[in-house]
Design a protein around this ligand. Structure first.
Ligand code: SAH
Ligand code: SF4
Length: 334
């Protein structure tokens, strides 16, 4: 699809037709099964100062926590007992775990639980990514946030666009299944930029693409900015499905946080993945990238029931395999 066509669809008076087409492409390319990834937010400590994020280091109002390695492992055990065959371990950046500790954790999870593991810990050195991969990490999520270098630099003043892109390249070279994505509705972001983001996603041949609306956080410099809308986020999601075909696309928590039907709507216009939270309840309130985040009072077991009910109500089923990439198939017993 050409850039101009994407822009037209993003701004069309009505999006019913692209939503319907995205749902059709989703069914044809990745089927009716919804893949679950249990999300463990293991630390909110962060050394970066991204303008949009509640975990930025300048936000002194956040109570910082770092789960220890045993606690993270026990959370993975709980998730595995709840039936999850794929976990995402997410944290702030430079949250002060040694590479050895993370590698020990990965080896233990892989050998004792056998689940697929996705890391989302931000930018690391190539050697660290290599060590994590060697220890068993299957996938890595690192959103490029926006493909517009100037906007990137404004919103992530202590990061470099070129370095983030280099990280994505390394992850690919090291054999990870690679996930990336953007926020929709960032202050200063135009429809042209979103079209460029989508074209970049296509070019990177990503295995997973996570997008969500930007939600203005009152504890950040972007306090008072307008948040992104669910409508525009769903349009971008639908176009990503149509253009990138067999990518794993989550109905994200941010979509569910700005609209109580957000994730259900996303599953009906392209999404095929859900990421239920398995973080111990006592930490959830402290992992607020944005305000109004759903499920912060819930228990992991409650989230399973809610999610399975949601999937069933939509006439879909839950996948029982590990949900590896559809693009670059992995042989892993299933
Ligand atoms: N520290 C890691 C992973 C945790 S942040 C990293 O930055 O990559 C995970 C994602 O949360 C970010 O990539 C960003 O896209 C999203 N995020 C942060 N602040 C947000 C906000 N205010 N609204 C919506 N999404 C946000
Ligand atoms: Fe830290 Fe990630 Fe938030 Fe940036 S987006 S402040 S790197 S947790």
């Amino acid at each position: 699809m050409k850039r101009n066509t994407i822009i037209e669809y993003l701004s069309a008076p009505d999006a019913k037709a692209i939503f319907k087409e995205a749902d059709r492409v989703r069914r044809e390319q990745v089927g009716d099964k919804v893949h679950l990834r249990g999300l463990v937010e293991f630390s909110n400590a962060c050394g970066r100062d991204c303008e949009y994020c509640g975990l930025r280091r300048s936000n002194k109002a956040v109570k910082r926590y770092r789960m220890n390695i045993d606690e993270i492992f026990m959370t993975a055990v709980t998730a595995s007992r709840l039936g999850y065959r794929s976990l995402v371990l997410q944290s702030g950046e430079s949250c002060q775990y040694s590479t050895d500790d993370i590698c020990c954790l990965l080896r233990r999870i892989k050998s004792e639980l056998g689940v697929a593991v996705t890391l989302s810990m931000g930018e690391k050195t190539r050697a660290e990514y290599a060590a994590f991969r060697e220890a068993g990490a299957d996938r890595y999520l690192l959103r490029f946030e926006t493909s517009n270098e100037e906007l990137f630099t404004r919103l992530k003043p202590d990061s470099s666009y070129v370095e983030r892109m280099r990280c994505l390249q390394w992850l690919r070279e090291l054999g990870y299944q690679v996930g990336s994505g953007i926020m929709v509705g960032l202050p200063g972001q135009t429809l042209e930029m979103i079209a460029d983001d989508i074209l970049l996603m296509e070019k990177l041949e990503l295995d997973m693409i996570g997008i969500g609306p930007f939600i203005a956080n009152p504890l950040t410099p972007l306090e008072g900015s307008a948040s992104g809308t669910l409508e525009l986020t769903l349009r971008a999601l639908a176009l990503i499905r149509i253009i990138t075909k067999n990518t794993h696309l989550p109905a994200t928590t941010a979509m569910g946080s700005i609209d109580k039907e957000g994730r259900q709507k996303a599953l009906q216009c392209g999404a095929n993945v859900l990421m239920p939270n398995v973080t111990p309840t006592k930490y959830r309130e402290h992992y607020q990238l944005y305000p109004g985040k759903i499920c912060i009072q819930d228990k992991p077991s409650g989230c399973v029931l809610c999610i399975t009910g949601m999937v069933r109500k939509l006439g879909r089923t839950i996948a029982t395999d590990k949900g590896h990439s559809f693009k670059f198939p992995v042989s892993d017993g299933d």
